[in-house]
Design a protein around this ligand. Sequence first.
Ligand code: NAD
Length: 361
Amino acid sequence: MDKFGYMEKYGFEQLCLFHDKSTGLKVITAIHNTVLGPALGGSRFWNYENEELAIEDALRLARGMTYKSALAGLALGGGKSVIIGDASVLRKDPIKREAFWRAFGRYLEGLNGRYITAEDVGTSTQDMVYVNMETDHVVGLPGRSGDPSPYTALGVFKSILACCNHVYGSDDITGKVVAVQGVGNVGYCLCKYLHEVGAKLIICDVSQERIDKVVSEFGATVVAPDAIYGVECDIYAPCALGATVNDDTIPQLKCKIVCGGANNVLRDAPVHAVALQNRGIVYAPDYLANAGGVINVSYERAEGGYNEEASLRDVNFIYQRMLDILTIAKETGRLTYEVADEMAEKRIEAVRAIKSIYTHK
Ligand code: NAD
């Protein structure tokens, strides 16, 4: 990979590699854009096959965070850290674990607030407590904003309502059928919101325990994981994995709307966005639909501390922004994700312009 070429093409600011010999910490931090504010994005702990894959993942995820925060209206940029290693091995050694995460915290402190971290795949809130012993540039700490999943699910729920308004002319989704793929932290909360307003649920998961809970609490119908794409429904809500809208699944879909909590729902954005549009299926841009969690965690940095009321106001606003995007896309004949990208880019460019006015006197 030509790293500087990639950074130039996609507008990255910084790519950092950090190694701490005493703890074995190997971290890559990609800072995509800090025009709107410091780059925020979680730290992913993964046993990457090689460094190239880790760097690619950090770059791709950091850029996604820029767009997510920009479209959500946050004063934050986009960044991501990936840590190479096996998190389960580290968890078995409490002394090494503390030292490891404090080494990471000291490294973050050295970035001087350009990048703020949070937990992500393979990391936990306790890891972030250790990070916080060395730096304040970390969010998602216990006793503050808490689990982001209910807020993510609320944003997805509001996005589904906006999509229904757009497609059916009403937010009333009583009796509408929603196929929820994955009933983990986000999927479970989404089912709760949908059940409360009278939607019918069809679900799948690979965990029987999680399935049983949603069946007993919300009366959902269960299908096998591979069967979820082909069920008769109004909305397909992917809440498990990325890239589930692809060449194999698009011909199976019988829904009118794709709107869920998973990241990177489209395997290949232009190709599969066009394929959905050609089939008359409305696609809700994933990074807006699932922005509730980052909105909520961002309020940990608000003056006076975490403010749930303000957070909920912003999460609820996802509804209007989604509706605007769907309307513009329909009126201009463009793809919904392109309209979303353009909105995010315009906001960044407008703020970049005013910053240059005041810094270049
Ligand atoms: P989770 O691990 O709690 O839930 C995922 C669920 O999907 C689990 O119950 C798992 O058993 C199930 N699953 C795994 N493979 C499956 C398969 N092949 N078919 C059906 N089910 C399968 O994760 P989560 O926190 O609920 O996140 C769900 C998705 O939303 C992820 O893609 C995540 O990146 C994204 N997301 C989450 C948040 C958040 O606040 N948690 C925020 C933004 C995006």
